[in-house]
Design a protein around this ligand. Structure first.
Ligand SMILES: Nc1ncnc2c1ncn2[C@@H]1O[C@H](COP(=O)(O)OP(=O)(O)OP(=O)(O)O)[C@@H](O)[C@H]1O
Ligand SMILES: [Mg+2]
Length: 281
């Protein structure tokens, strides 16, 4: 079932243009936020892979990614990683601080997979000796090419101190998320993050932006090795929605209403335990 409604003619004029669209990406849309310096990030169900060559829809993905990303951004903030996240607005939208995106995709790899395995002829699933960071230029036109830090600095895509901040934050995020996912039986193979410059008064600070969700992580079930991320879509493995849902459930962020009611009913049905009177007396 589609989760939108058609406004009646009377209300349409009041509701249609209530927000200014800023940008429409492949997985998300950005709208102007209610206060200056804020944006609304809307998560869509659209999925793309191989630089837009493959397109599809993963039903409910936007809702799940919104919740997972919210959860992860909040936890990261608790360990001192600054993020763009302000608060969730509804099932598909969150309010974020507007930043100037550093035009680099930051990839952290713990285990060889995907393009890394192909490029270096390393078997998928081989544990890397330590986390490896790669930078790619954010350019769909050029196919997001890998860039060495020297090149990013030479072309002023990022300053040396910004790359230092990004690298140390990416490694902290990796350590934290590896543990978080391990705790729910998931191996964090690799992930991609984006950072931005947050201008506040006279200061500028690098913060984590965009999203962290199964769209931009490789997540493998510890026991079965089953893929629980966008590779299911890329490689036509099926059960894509189910995999995203399972990640959310394991993180405890998508307890559906029916499930909550079922759990509550089960609890009230169970006979209360009464202490048996001791016959010793
Ligand atoms: N806090 C933020 N402020 C400004 N821009 C942001 C912020 N967070 C994310 N973005 C940008 O918003 C867009 C989100 O849309 P989406 O992820 O669908 O883009 P995309 O199709 O992956 O394309 P691309 O990332 O190449 O622009 C991205 O361009 C991302 O860099
Ligand atoms: Mg994106």
């Amino acid at each position: 079932m589609k989760d939108f409604y058609m406004p009646s003619k009377r209300t349409a004029s009041r509701t249609m243009n209530r927000r200014t669209p800023i940008y429409e990406g492949k997985a998300k849309q950005l709208f102007e936020g209610p206060e200056p310096g804020t944006l609304i990030q809307h998560f869509k169900d659209d999925a793309t892979a191989f630089n837009n060559a493959k397109r599809g829809v993963i039903n409910g993905k936007g809702v799940i990614n919104n919740r997972i990303s919210e959860y992860i951004m909040l936890r990261l903030n608790e360990i001192g990683i600054p993020t763009h996240f302000i608060r969730t607005l509804n099932m598909r939208e969150q309010l974020v601080k507007a930043v100037e995106i550093v035009p680099l995709e930051v990839i952290v790899r713990n285990v060889a997979a995907g393009s890394f395995s192909t490029r270096f002829g390393v078997e998928e699933g081989a544990q890397l000796p330590y986390p490896i960071i790669e930078f790619c230029l954010k350019s769909d036109k050029l196919g997001d090419p890998i860039v060495a830090p020297e090149i990013a600095i030479a072309f002023q895509w990022a300053q040396p101190n910004e790359l230092e901040d990004i690298t140390s934050m990416a490694l902290r995020i990796n350590d934290f998320l590896s543990g978080l996912f391990l705790g729910v039986g998931i191996r964090l193979v690799d992930f991609k993050v984006e950072f931005g410059r947050l201008y506040e008064g006279n200061t500028v600070q690098i913060v984590l932006a965009d999203e962290i969700s199964p769209d931009c992580c490789r997540l493998w079930d510890i026991k079965t090795g089953e893929k629980m991320d966008k590779d299911r879509f890329r490689r036509d493995l099926g059960k894509v929605e189910e995999a995203y849902r399972e990640v959310a459930h394991r993180l405890g962020v998508l307890a559906g209403e029916s499930e909550v009611i079922a759990t509550a009913k089960a609890k009230t049905k169970a006979k209360p335990k009464t202490k048996k009177k001791s016959r010793k007396t």
